[in-house]
Design a protein around this ligand. Structure first.
Ligand code: HEM
Length: 272
């Protein structure tokens, strides 16, 4: 079975750091947001108290900011040093393009049985949406979070009411981010038919030839036409990667679904 490289070690490492930091931020931030709930005080207690939760939140935030800067640095290197402008536009770019709208429309038609399944290239429209969600989320949640972390510094340049707005935005965007990642992103990547119970590609970095040909037919044809497919052939991932990935995925999915269930129950039981 021929395997092809989809994600290199740098991207896989960044995704692991992103998962760990996001989970740490969600688990330590939500008890603060819902601090009147019984489960929140128990969760904070389990983390070592509200003060410890705040510390875990800040450490996780530093990791997340590091991930974001490392990613930006790599994109910058490709642009400035490698002169690879394909990161900005084209089939290997995360930038939404007219083709994504067409793919979205054709995909909906296929769901309704009104047309054939669209052929995708390296990144599908929903993968770009997930990526962009993290990108704008970093600006909003990271910017407001830094304001809450360093109020005296920011108070030199912004009026006091901005901090109230930042607290509100931070909490609401956190709910949106947690709700999105722990439902839509989890479904898109692990729960959809053909992938359940998990898609290990982000951990192994590898796709089988069948997966590449069926799921990303345009990329497969393009790489073959350009004579680049063979360069991407790789051996299997080290034996420990898949079992570890399975454990990580089970833990993350369980925590994620539990967090969503707690949020929904708390919001449903909130006094109107
Ligand atoms: C760079 C990213 C982030 C930074 C710098 C940051 C920073 C902070 C700070 C300083 C606080 C106040 C904590 C305290 O009073 O002890 C806070 C609260 C909070 N954070 Fe974050 N955070 C970040 C990302 C996130 C993310 C990704 C989530 C959710 C997944 C999140 C969820 C929350 C929640 C729910 C609160 C409580 C808000 C409230 O009390 O209304 N944060 N954050």
């Amino acid at each position: 079975m021929t395997l092809y490289r989809r994600f290199d070690a740098f991207d896989r490492g960044l995704h692991v750091a992103l998962m760990v930091s996001f989970l740490g931020l969600a688990v330590s931030g939500l008890p603060l947001l819902f601090s009147e709930s019984v489960w929140a005080s128990r969760a904070a207690h389990a983390l070592g108290g509200f003060q410890a939760a705040g510390m875990i939140h800040r450490i996780s935030a530093v990791i997340l900011i590091g991930v974001f800067l490392a990613h930006l640095g790599r994109v910058g290197k490709r642009l400035v040093i490698d002169r690879d402008f394909g990161v900005l536009w084209g089939p290997a770019s995360m930038t939404p393009q007219p083709r994504d709208l067409r793919d979205l429309f054709n995909h909906m038609s296929w769901f309704l049985g009104l047309g054939p399944r669209p052929r995708f290239d390296r990144y599908t429209y929903w993968e770009k949406f997930d990526y962009m969600a993290v990108f704008w989320g970093m600006g909003i949640i990271g910017g407001s979070g830094l304001m809450l972390w360093f109020p005296t510094l920011f108070a030199r340049v912004v009026p006091g009411w901005v901090f109230n707005v930042a607290t509100l935005i931070h909490g609401e965007e956190a709910l949106l981010a947690v709700g999105f990642i722990f439902t839509v992103h989890f479904f898109n990547t692990h729960m959809r038919p053909g992938k359940f119970p998990m898609d290990a590609v982000i951990f192994t970095g590898r796709l089988t030839e069948d997966e590449l040909r069926e799921e990303r037919a345009d990329e497969y044809d393009r790489l073959r036409a350009e004579g680049r497919l063979e360069q991407l052939a790789v051996g299997p991932a080290p034996a420990w990667v898949l079992p570890l990935a399975r454990i990580v995925a089970v833990v993350v999915l369980t925590v994620g679904f539990a967090v969503v269930a707690l949020i929904v129950l708390t919001l449903l039981n909130a006094p109107s």
